[in-house]
Design a protein around this ligand. Structure first.
Ligand code: NAP
Ligand code: ZN
Ligand code: ZN
Length: 339
């Protein structure tokens, strides 16, 4: 089977013939139908951001496809089933796993596309409790980004921040994750402000329902946010960049006792003067999401409540073109590999 792999960090991906993955007794084989390209892939590929993949490596953690083989002990999954792959292989036993917060599992063994080969190849094997059924009306291409570009903002917005109707939320860095987060916020009835540097990304945010857009290459938008929130500032910020520059600016947008969630993160140290951030209730991170979150996202997408953010599809052979566009910040929406 074909796989797009890299043998050195940052080197172009090469298409190679590799053996089919082995299917363990508790695993299923998934014939990949589509795989989304996440900015985290760029970090893993370049070897930055503390995600040390073993080399050679195959990227990809937004995988949708068809179950084509079952391990000996697998029950409850059928051959031919259309599925989405949950990205973490969790223990099922620790306190987090037992309380529906398996994204925080302390015994996590696998993170597909990071510490083991992912979906930039024709087949992946994965534990059977990692596949989630998707309905026929959801294409592999539209489903794939739900596995992370959907999952991560959904968990932060719904489970962590618990955003309520009528509250104001501000998103920073209108890429794949933020564009799905925006739609989740609108479903919840929040008023949404989108902040980015690229007008075409902001235009997409506007189309998907943003109430106010701010292009920071023109103006930091602090006055516009004040006006939009009657002088208070916003209740919640979801920052998909996580640089010192964006966090210091976030501190000007947030209301007293508001919450800032850092979903994006930058390699290296980001220096933030403590006096700029001392006034809020909460600032912290949020990491991926749960299987239950993913099921809910699949339901929302199949009911047409979440629109696709996929703007272009690439073949496996075109993978370098797609990955480089994302690395250079030139992607509006999400790119997917289509098999
Ligand atoms: N917490 C988690 O579990 C989790 C999961 C997945 C991904 N992530 C992280 O979330 C972030 C977003 O991922 P994504 O796939 O949505 O990326 P993306 O599609 O590249 O979108 C991020 C956007 O942020 C803006 N941006 C990027 N670098 C910036 C910088 N240095 N300063 C200001 N703005 C910048 C860019 O828009 P403009 O050019 O318009 O500003 C870019 O389009 C990444 O850092 C990724 O590693 C976190
Ligand atoms: Zn990702
Ligand atoms: Zn666990």
């Amino acid at each position: 089977m074909k796989a797009a792999l890299f043998e050195q960090f940052g080197a172009p991906l090469i298409i190679k013939d590799v053996p089919m993955p082995k299917v363990g007794d508790d695993q299923v084989l998934v014939k990949v139908g589509a795989c989304g390209i996440c900015y985290t892939d760029v970090k893993i590929w370049k070897g930055i951001g503390a995600l040390n993949a073993p080399l050679p490596h195959v990227l990809g953690h937004e995988i949708a496809g068809t179950v084509s083989e079952l391990g000996h002990d697998v029950r409850g999954v059928q051959k031919g089933e259309r599925v989405l792959v949950y990205l973490y292989e969790t223990c099922g036993k620790c306190n987090y796993c037992q309380t529906g917060r398996e994204n925080e599992c302390i015994n996590r063994v696998g993170y597909i596309g990071s510490n083991r080969w992912g979906g930039y190849e024709e087949y992946v094997s994965i534990r059977s409790d990692n596949v989630i059924k998707i309905p026929d009306n959801l294409s592999f291409e539209d489903a794939a980004p739900l596995a992370d570009a959907g999952l991560t903002p959904y968990h932060a917005i719904v489970d962590r921040a618990q955003v309520k109707a009528g509250e104001t939320a501000l998103l920073v860095g209108m890429g794949g994750l933020a564009l799905t987060g925006l739609q989740v916020l609108k479903i919840l009835g929040a008023k949404v402000i989108a902040v980015s540097r690229t007008q075409s990304k902001l235009d997409m945010a506007k189309e998907l329902g943003a109430d106010l857009i701010i292009n920071t290459t023109k103006d930091d938008g602090v006055e516009a946010v004040k006006e939009f929130t009657d002088g208070y500032g916003v209740n919640h910020i979801f920052d998909f960049v996580g640089s010192a520059e964006t966090v210091i600016r976030d501190a000007k947008y947030i209301r007293r006792s508001g919450k800032i969630f850092l979903l994006g993160y930058q390699p290296g140290d980001q220096m933030i003067p403590v006096q700029t951030v001392r006034g809020f209730l909460y600032m912290g991170g949020s990491n991926a999401g749960t299987r239950e979150d993913l099921r809910e996202l699949v339901r929302l997408a199949s009911e047409g409540k979440l629109k696709s953010i996929v703007t272009k599809k690439y073949s496996l052979e075109q993978v370098n073109e797609a990955l480089n566009l994302l690395a250079h910040g030139e992607v509006d929406g999400r790119l997917v590999l289509k098999f």
